[in-house]
Design a protein around this ligand. Structure first.
Ligand code: ADP
Ligand code: ASP
Ligand code: MG
Length: 411
C-alpha cells in the first residue's frame, strides 16, 4: 500500500496542545488503514533560540557543532509527538535523520541530500507503526550530523516520499497553501489551487519561505507532487506539480518580498578582464551565493561593482571581498543591510511585453526608488529601501490584479 508522507512545520507543533492536535490528525489517517511517515520540525522558535544560545557561548561557533546543536530541536518534537501518539493508543516510533538513512554531503548547515536508504522506515512500517522522523537533518560520510539549511524539514519529507515511492507528500503549515504573495505582507493575496515546480522554485529562491528551495528541486527531479496545506483545518491547499498539468496557467504567478538581503559595493575596481571572476570565484569557493550583480563605469579605467548576498552571509562575504579588493588594488568595500528585494514571478513573463514597465510603473506611483534590477525569463526583481519593501510588494501585487482569480493585468 502507498505510504502517506506528511510534514508538520514549527508553528504546527509549537506547543504541547499543538503536538496533541497533530497526533490526533496522524492517528485519524492511520486508523483509515494507511501507513504514515510524518516528518516534524522543531517547536516554534526553537531553532532561532538555539542559534542565539550558541552565540552566547561562542563568538564564531563552528558549523559542525551548530549542526549537532540545531538537530536537537527536531529530536525534541519528534520524541514528544511519539509520546502523544502512544497516549492515543497508536503505535509510533521516533527516529533521527541518521536513523532513517538520510545521507548528505558534508557542507554543514547547508547540506544537500545525496541518498536515502529507507530500510529502517520500511521495517517499522511493516510492524504497523507510525514512523515519526526528525526533519532538517542527515549524516555525512563520516557519520557526523548535518543540517539541510533553514526550512530543511520540507526536504526531509520530499526525499522520504521519493525514496518510499509515495508519489506525493503533504506539507502542513500555518497558512492555507501557496498564495500570490506572503499573506502576512500582502493582505489581499490569493491562494493558488495549483502551481508549477518552476514558479515555486523561483518564489522560494526569491525569499518566499513557504517551501525550501532544495525540497522543490528534489520534488521536480523525482516527480513528487507536493500538497501544501494548513494543519489547522481540513480544507485543500495548493498542489505543486509539472507546469503542463496546472489548469489555467497565469502570466504572473505572484510577488515575492525578501528583506533578508544585503548589498555589497566594491568601489574603484580596475576595469580589466578577470576581475569579476577573481571576486565571485572567491565567494563561490566559500559557498556564498551571489544574486543580483551590476557594474557601473564612472571612468574609463575603473568601475564600481555591486551585488547582493543573503543577510546571513554578509559578514563572511565582506571579509572575502575586502581581501580581494586589497589584492586587486580596488578603492574600498561598503555594504548596506537596509535593502529588500521585491520580485514578480511568472512563466509567462518572457513572452508578454509590458511586465517590466507595469512593475516599474507601480513602484514609481508608490514613490519607491529602484536601486538595482535583474530579469530572467520567469522573474523581474528590484532592490528597494527595506522600509518601503512591504508597500512596494503591495503596490506591485495590486498593479497585476493578483487578488482577483484569473485577472492578471497582463494577459
Ligand atoms: P513552517 O514552519 O510550517 O515550515 P514557514 O514559516 O517555513 O512554515 O513557511 C510558512 C510561511 O511562509 C507563512 O507563514 C508565510 O508567512 C510565508 N510565506 C511567504 N511567502 C508565501 C507565499 N507566497 N504563500 C504562502 N506563504 C508564504
Ligand atoms: N527547524 C528548522 C528551521 O527552523 C527546519 C525547519 O523548520 O524546516 O529552519
Ligand atoms: Mg518552513
Amino acid at each position: 500500500m502507498t505510504v502517506r508522507v506528511q510534514k508538520y512545520g514549527g508553528t504546527s507543533v509549537g506547543s504541547p496542545e499543538r503536538l496533541r492536535a497533530v497526533a490526533a490528525r496522524i492517528k485519524a489517517v492511520r486508523d483509515g488503514g494507511e501507513p504514515v511517515v510524518a516528518v516534524v520540525s522543531a517547536m516554534g522558535p526553537t531553532t532561532d533560540q538555539l542559534i542565539t544560545l550558541a552565540r552566547q557561548v561562542s563568538r564564531d561557533p563552528s558549523d559542525r557543532e551548530l549542526d549537532s546543536l540545531l538537530s536537537t530541536g527536531e529530536q525534541v518534537s519528534v520524541a514528544l509527538l511519539a509520546m502523544a501518539l502512544q497516549d492515543l493508543g497508536c503505535d509510533a516510533v521516533s527516529l533521527t535523520g541518521g536513523q532513517v538513512g538520510i545521507h548528505t554531503d558534508d557542507r554543514h548547515r547547508k547540506a544537500r541530500v545525496l541518498e536515502v536508504s529507507p530500510d529502517r522506515v520500511r521495517a517499522e512500517l511493516d510492524q504497523g507503526r507510525v514512523v515519526l522522523v526528525a526533519g532538517f537533518q542527515g549524516v555525512n560520510e563520516a557519520g557526523d550530523v548535518t543540517t539541510l539549511g533553514r526550512g530543511g524539514s520540507d526536504t526531509t519529507a520530499v526525499a522520504l516520499a521519493a525514496a518510499l515511492g509515495a508519489g506525493s507528500c503533504e506539507i502542513f503549515t500555518d497558512v492555507d497553501g501557496i498564495f500570490t504573495a506572503d499573506p502576512r505582507v500582502v493582505p489581499g493575496a490569493r491562494k493558488l489551487d495549483a502551481v508549477g515546480y518552476e514558479e515555486v522554485l523561483e518564489m522560494a529562491s526569491l525569499g518566499a519561505q513557504v517551501m525550501q528551495l532544495q525540497s522543490v528541486e528534489y520534488a521536480r527531479r523525482y516527480g513528487v507532487t507536493i500538497h501544501v496545506r494548513s494543519s489547522f483545518h481540513n480544507q485543500p491547499g495548493t498542489i505543486i506539480q509539472e507546469a503542463s498539468q496546472v489548469p489555467n496557467p497565469q502570466v504572473i504567478t505572484g510577488v515575492s518580498y525578501d528583506p533578508k538581503v544585503a548589498l555589497i559595493t566594491m568601489a574603484g575596481v580596475p576595469d580589466r578582464p578577470g576581475v569579476a571572476y577573481q571576486v565571485f570565484s572567491a565567494l563561490a569557493k566559500n559557498g556564498i551565493n551571489v544574486d543580483m550583480i551590476t557594474g557601473q563605469m564612472p571612468q574609463a579605467t575603473i568601475t564600481n561593482m555591486s551585488f547582493t548576498v543573503h543577510e546571513d552571509d554578509l559578514e563572511r562575504a565582506v571579509a572575502l571581498v575586502e581581501r580581494e579588493a586589497d589584492y586587486l588594488g580596488a578603492g574600498g568595500v561598503s555594504y548596506d543591510r537596509e535593502v529588500a528585494k521585491v520580485s514578480v514571478v511568472g512563466s509567462g513573463i518572457a513572452s508578454h511585453a509590458g511586465v517590466a514597465a507595469n512593475m516599474f510603473g507601480a513602484l514609481a506611483d508608490a514613490g519607491v526608488n529602484i536601486e538595482l534590477i535583474t530579469c530572467s525569463e520567469i522573474k523581474i526583481s528590484c532592490i528597494v529601501r527595506q522600509s518601503l519593501g512591504p508597500s512596494a510588494a503591495r503596490a506591485v501585487h495590486r498593479r497585476f490584479r493578483l487578488q482577483e482569480a484569473g485577472k492578471s493585468a497582463v494577459s
